[in-house]
Design a protein around this ligand. Structure first.
Ligand SMILES: [Zn+2]
Length: 58
């Protein structure tokens, strides 16, 4: 059984090929935060941003 989570920037409507996988939501969030901050100038500490990312995870 795997609980692996996947995130794609495309699911946020971004024209970006970034895709990341991790063992769980918490770990994935950590990895995605760095990307959205540097690549998309989003503030990963903003609750709305975190919520958007979480909803886009599959
Ligand atoms: Zn991206």
């Amino acid at each position: 059984m795997q609980e692996q989570k996947t995130f794609r920037c495309k699911d946020l409507g971004l024209a970006c090929e970034f895709e990341e996988k991790a063992e769980n939501e918490k770990e994935l969030m950590k990895r995605v935060e760095g990307h959205v901050q540097t690549a998309h100038q989003m503030n990963p500490e903003h609750p709305e941003t975190q919520e958007k990312i979480r909803k886009a995870m599959k």
